[in-house]
Design a protein around this ligand. Structure first.
Ligand code: PMT
Length: 410
């Protein structure tokens, strides 16, 4: 795929989720970046005024498959009937991206089985460009086995999911199903077009998530890493056209479509996989929260609670980042992380001196603003190309991931 030479064209589909009211904000954020044409479903039109969408996008909103067409007169030569020149069909042909935001459970179902009973679903079958969806629905709907299956089908077909996020939902419940923030969606669109194929031909390995060190067959020592930062970095590298291997500890996240996923549990497994892939990689990004110690003797049976106190003897795990830095070729770039509860700058700087990676990305863990689990983070990045550490202010991890890769490109 090549980068469009024109202003990128985005066909924005808006379906009947309560979050449709945020579509105006989304259009306003997309407009400076891309050309936007809006297709509104019937259900969507019950939730957001068409006029507001037209005003925001500056062009007519398409709602009907047949608007502008007339019944085909008998004897009309094939290829010259009116549907062949209906503008929205023409636009779907030349769109660079179809973005459906918000996407309902109903529309995911339609898309997964290839239905074409309204304008938007028809255009999705017609378009040859990538399709992205930003689901927004109730948590029970999102977790319903039918929706889970439809989402998996779409992912396997290459449809990219932006969210949903976790949090307070319009219905008053709390959980997964929240529409991704318009600024986050617009940011992903921007980075997709800006970074198109910048890293084509590069091989990137990202480690993500926590490790789990077994104590006995049912218990582990682990940490609070959700994997969000590492997965965002894998997606950012993928956005640039790189080939990405994601070595991931156990997380609840769905890996970005297109990455090679290597699932591991323990630090030793992660170590083995990282070392196995190292020789072929151009870039190594070590965002996983790896356990420094493991239990020396794992009990083969569940430890009984017969004693008031229990001691576990721990032994040191291999330092994966340290070994990568020792074994890498001079052309291979390495990004290390530092997670600190206190004295962020001093502790991270000392870590960087001990393990001099090309970039050292430091963040605060513990407390309310912990880098763990949150969708947003703030970072202090030490770069060999900069005299002083760079402060990356609080932002979505996806945005920060792009900025980290930008710094690596300097
Ligand atoms: O997953 P999220 O919830 O999104 O949270 C993101 C994060 C906080 C996990 C991430 O931003 C982060 O800081 N990752 C590194 C966590 C960590 O293990 O930091 P550390 O300071 O203990 O380790 C320093 C570096 O050495 C890290 O690159 C780590 O991957 C690496 N390491 C650590 C131990 C070990 N045995 N081998 C290693 O390679």
């Amino acid at each position: 795929m090549t980068q469009p030479s024109h202003k990128p064209r985005v066909l924005l589909g808006i379906t009947g989720s309560v979050a449709a009211y945020k579509a105006v904000d989304l259009i306003q954020k997309l407009k400076p970046l891309v050309e936007v044409k809006v297709v509104l479903t019937d259900a969507g039109s019950k939730l957001v005024p068409l006029k507001a969408l037209e005003k925001a996008s500056g062009s007519p909103v398409w709602t009907s498959l047949f608007k502008g067409s007339t019944p085909i007169a008998p004897g009309t030569p094939s290829g010259s009937h009116p549907l062949a020149v209906v503008p929205h069909i023409e636009y779907a042909k030349s769109a660079d991206l179809v973005l459906i935001a918000p996407t309902t459970a109903d529309f995911l179902a339609k898309l997964s089985v290839g239905m074409a009973d309204d304008l938007l679903s028809t255009l999705c079958l017609y378009a040859t460009c990538p399709i992205w969806v930003a689901p927004a629905m109730n948590v029970k709907m999102w977790n319903h086995p039918a929706v889970v299956q439809n989402a998996a089908t779409l992912r396997s077909r290459g449809v990219r999911f932006l969210g949903p996020e976790s949090g307070h939902l319009a219905c008053g419940e709390v959980g997964d199903g929240r529409f991704a923030e318009p600024s986050e969606i617009a940011g992903q669109v921007q980075s997709y077009f800006e970074n198109f194929n910048r890293w084509a031909g590069k091989k990137v390995l990202v480690t993500a998530g926590p490790t789990q060190e077994p104590i006995d067959p049912v218990r582990v020592i682990s940490n609070h890493s959700s994997g969000k930062m590492g997965y965002a970095l894998a997606q950012a590298a993928l956005n640039r056209g790189a080939e990405v291997v994601l070595v991931t500890g156990p997380t609840r996240l769905t890996p970005p479509v297109g990455v090679t996923v290597v699932k591991v549990k323990t630090a030793s497994e992660m170590h083995r996989q990282v070392m196995k892939h190292l020789p072929k990689m151009n870039v190594m990004v070590m965002a996983a929260a790896v356990a420094d110690y493991r239990v020396k003797s794992i009990s083969p049976i569940k430890i009984k609670k017969s004693q008031d106190e229990l001691s576990l003897r721990l032994v040191k795990n291999s330092d994966i980042l340290g070994e990568v830095l020792k074994k890498r070729k001079p052309t291979q770039k390495v990004v290390g992380f530092a997670a600190e509860t206190d004295h962020l700058c001093e502790n991270a700087s000392a870590k960087w001196k001990r393990k001099p990676s090309d970039l050292l990305v430091a963040n605060q863990v513990g407390g309310k603003q912990s880098a763990f689990e949150n969708d947003q983070n703030e970072l202090l990045v030490f770069s060999r190309k900069r005299a002083k550490p760079v402060v990356l202010k609080k932002d979505f991890k996806s945005k920060l991931a792009e900025k980290i890769l930008d710094l690596l490109d300097e």
